[in-house]
Ligand binder design. Structure first.
Ligand code: IMP
Length: 431
């Protein structure tokens, strides 16, 4: 009864969508367990590019069923439009295929307004959130006043609770942030309509998954964001508001630890970040432009959800070791190796210099990351285009050596590397 967890080892956008797409080919259930529509997972299948924010990317495989777990925060309006665009592309998103946990929390238009108001109030200290209401929805969850998907099943009470919530948020916006009142009725009606459409999908997904695992089915848990954005273990306060690490999959799906078979970390062959926060190996100028791309290609480094240019830098081996530790990684999938082709040499950060000392590990987690100076080791680059490589032997010796060095630096085997956005642009790495 295997449970496989796939997570991002960095600050998100590692290419989890395409890895999940690969693994979902042999999974029965594909699940999201954290976050909401702040995530953006891109999957390219031939001429079709799917950009998914809430629904697990594995739904694109017709044999799967998709689960939105209790650890998520769900905006019914976004879910409705995402389901519609998938249906138009020929993907079945009927209630038999899309199951939503009764205990998942709901994001409302008021959460979006508060998210934006809070960011504005932070001024120079803004976190750079996606503005999707994620933080305020999780705040209401922990304050034990949130609305949950299961509440939709009681329409009268749900309407009443929603109106109360919108009125209270409206007062907060006026009194605390000096902003105009919300038009509560205008916001409530379309929201209630979208929420009502979810009714047939709402169930105890923990029970569903438990039974599926007991029957020997394969469950794939797809994390959103990345481990370094984790609320507890990330670069706090420049983090998201959910548990993005492997442990989040268990709490966010309602499962125990025993079914876990593999924890796969998806890591870009370099490092990117959107939003504010420390980034020791960050590059500027021409070197950054080279890694980021100019935005003309869908795989260039611009946010899937916000379109913002991503900050870019060299692969950080210290942070990869940290993620290995906090997530118990069993393997790594290294993405976007093709982007490094043509560079004369490729630096990898293997340690930090701090206060006259060289540190292989961080003394206080990610707390003092800002003060860390990267110690680089330069690996020889390769000049050939590797996008047509399909087996290990197709890769130039320098690319093979780079992959082996990444394995040594982080202490986890690299299982696959991606050499382009297409489904088949993957190379299996021999043990
Ligand atoms: P929030 O999740 O919208 O509250 O944003 C908090 C931080 O997480 C910001 O720095 C965002 O840019 C970042 N973030 C949230 N979702 C993603 C994602 O899917 N990929 C990369 N960064 C993300």
């Amino acid at each position: 009864m295997p449970l496989e967890i796939v997570l991002g080892t960095q600050w998100g956008d590692e290419g989890k969508g395409r890895v999940v797409d690969l693994l979902a080919a042999r999974a029965d259930l594909v699940c999201r367990f954290n976050g909401g529509d702040n995530a953006g997972h891109t999957v390219t299948v031939g001429a079709a590019i799917f950009k998914l924010h809430l629904i697990p990317s594995g739904i694109i495989h017709p044999h799967t069923r998709a689960v939105l777990g209790c650890g998520m925060v769900i905006n019914p309006l976004t879910l409705q439009s995402e389901a519609e665009s998938l249906q138009q592309a020929g993907v079945d998103v009927s209630p038999s295929r899309l199951r939503i946990s009764h205990a998942a929390h709901l994001i409302t238009p008021a959460h979006l307004a508060i998210d934006r108001a809070q960011e504005q109030a932070r001024r120079g200290d803004a976190i750079g959130t996606t503005g999707r209401g994620i933080g305020p929805a999780y705040t209401d969850k922990t304050a034990r006043r949130g609305l949950r998907a299961g509440d939709i099943l009681h329409p009268q009470e749900f309407r009443f609770a929603l109106l109360e919530h919108l009125r209270s948020a409206s007062l907060t916006l006026q009194k605390l942030y000096d902003l105009p009142a919300l038009d509560v009725d205008a916001l409530a009606e379309p929201y209630l309509e979208a929420a009502a459409l979810l009714q047939p999908c709402i169930t105890d997904t923990g029970l569903l998954l438990h039974q599926a695992l007991a029957e020997g089915r394969t469950v794939l848990a797809e994390a959103a964001q990345g481990a370094l954005l984790d609320l507890d273990h990330g670069t706090y306060p420049y983090v998201t508001s959910s548990t993005t690490t492997a442990a989040g999959a268990l709490a966010g799906l309602g499962l125990g630890i025993r079914p876990v078979e593999r924890v796969l970390g998806v890591s870009k062959a370099f490092q990117t970040r959107v939003g504010a926060g420390p980034f020791p190996t960050e590059l500027a100028g021409a070197a950054a432009d080279r890694l980021r791309g100019d935005g003309s290609q869908p795989w260039d480094e611009y946010g899937t959800t916000t379109g913002r240019p991503r900050r870019v830098g060299w692969l950080d081996g210290v942070l990869l070791r940290y993620t290995r530790r906090i997530c118990g990684l069993t393997g790594i999938i290294l993405t976007k190796l093709d982007v490094l082709s043509g560079l004369p040499e490729i630096p990898i950060c293997t340690a930090y210099r701090h206060g006259g000392q060289v540190l292989a590990d961080l003394p206080l987690g990610l707390m003092d990351l800002d003060g860390m100076e990267p110690v680089y080791e330069a690996q020889p680059g390769w000049q050939a285009d590797i996008s047509t490589a399909r087996v290990w032997e197709d890769l130039p010796a320098a690319a093979q050596a780079y992959i082996r060095r990444v394995e040594q630096v982080c202490g986890v085997p690299v299982l696959h590397v991606s050499v382009g956005p297409e489904r088949d642009q993957m190379v299996m790495v021999p043990a």
